[in-house]
Design a protein around this ligand. Structure first.
Ligand code: ACO
Length: 321
């Protein structure tokens, strides 16, 4: 595993100077204390993805030339094309790999993880880099207090390889509901509403979210999908060692853990330090907890996000330290 966290810290106190908000509101409504922002104008998602991927390859002791495929989950690609994965492939020197981007907002990493898993399971590929990376600050409206407090920038990467035993990624479930009411989306910049003076003036290139509606959907969706995969494998709260949840709001995570029957100590939470980094949240959690994970631990990874998209992965930890 590897990760990249920008140096610049944007704290709740900093946001108090930018919009009408306060530390107490942000902490109690979301669990966030600070988030990281990529400040260098010459760097964006591909840069963070490469840094995270390099660390993942280094820790696995694998040469870039041995990588077969690269999947970058992101909603903030450097360019609409070429794919961020192509930039990553070149900069890493992964000359034998092909790559593509995957757009599924906050569920992007789980969709990419299940896609990469199927590629390895097929026997056709042996080393697949799965990266979740987002520069959310590039699409955040820092005059909108309802959204600008939520997001941060980061990247996380994992290298998937076949395991020699029964451990590893066991199963996944993914869902999509293309809700036309669009309570969470980027209004312009695509082919329907290309960039214009008007779209820029209206800040239509930033995240738009009706937080209240999305909160309800996310709370139900993330708990439902976590229970769906637990029931499929006859797991109860005692069987699960860790919940690795997407970090959108601590209250959503707490509700999911409660419905799964998990105590607080079994839940990975780092939203306080990083905010919602979209596709990066889950690999960042795995990275932050890597020294506590034991061989054979049963993990449930789950996420809910724009689309709507949601999903869960059930795995047993296969790294033997
Ligand atoms: N500071 C102070 N007050 C605020 C702020 C702020 N930053 N933002 C909103 N408020 C006010 C509102 O104006 C409102 O005031 P009113 O009652 O006078 O109208 C009040 O606080 C309550 O607002 P709500 O929107 O109801 O607050 P809520 O408790 O729902 O929290 C939040 C808002 C944090 C955005 C929450 O709705 C949420 O987490 N939603 C889900 C986010 C999510 O899961 N997104 C999916 C993943 S993101 C992705 O896929 C890219």
């Amino acid at each position: 595993m590897g990760h990249y966290i920008p140096d610049h810290v944007l704290s709740n106190a900093d946001l108090e100077k930018m919009v009408d908000t306060n530390d107490e509101w942000i902490r109690t409504r979301t669990g966030i204390r600070e988030r990281r922002i990529l400040k260098d104008p010459d760097k964006a998602t591909a840069f963070m993805a490469v840094e995270a991927a390099r660390e993942a390859l280094q820790s696995a002791n694998i040469e870039a030339a041995d990588v077969d495929a690269i999947i970058v989950a992101t909603v903030t690609p450097d360019y609409l094309f070429p794919a961020t994965a192509a930039l990553v492939q070149k900069r890493l020197g992964a000359e034998n790999a092909f790559g593509f981007d995957l757009s599924a907002a906050c569920s992007g990493f789980l969709y990419a993880l299940s896609t990469g898993t199927m590629m390895v399971e097929s026997g056709r590929y042996e080393k697949v880099l799965v990266i979740g990376a987002d520069t959310m600050s590039s699409i955040t409206d820092y005059t909108d207090r309802a959204t600008c407090i939520l997001f941060g920038d980061a990247a996380g990467a994992v290298l998937l390889e076949p395991t020699g035993d029964e451990t590893g990624i066991i199963d996944f479930v993914n869902h999509t509901d293309g809700d036309l009411d669009c309570h969470l989306y980027q209004r312009a910049g695509g082919s329907l509403h290309p960039a214009s003076e008007e779209t820029v003036k209206n800040r239509d290139h930033c995240v738009y979210q009706d937080g209240r509606v999305v909160f309800k959907k996310a709370t139900e969706g993330m708990a439902d999908v976590s229970l769906e995969i637990m029931n499929k494998h006859n797991l109860n709260g005692d069987d699960v060692a860790w919940l690795v949840p997407h970090q959108a709001n601590k209250r959503i995570i707490d509700a999911t853990a409660r419905r799964m029957g998990l105590s607080d100590e079994k839940v990975m939470i780092n939203i306080d330090k990083y905010g919602n980094t979209t596709a990066a949240t889950i690999p960042l959690c795995l990275y932050d907890w890597k020294d506590q994970l034991q061989y054979g631990d049963k993990l449930v990874l789950s996420a809910f996000g724009g689309g709507y998209t949601w999903g869960a992965v059930y795995m047993t930890w296969s790294l033997n330290r």
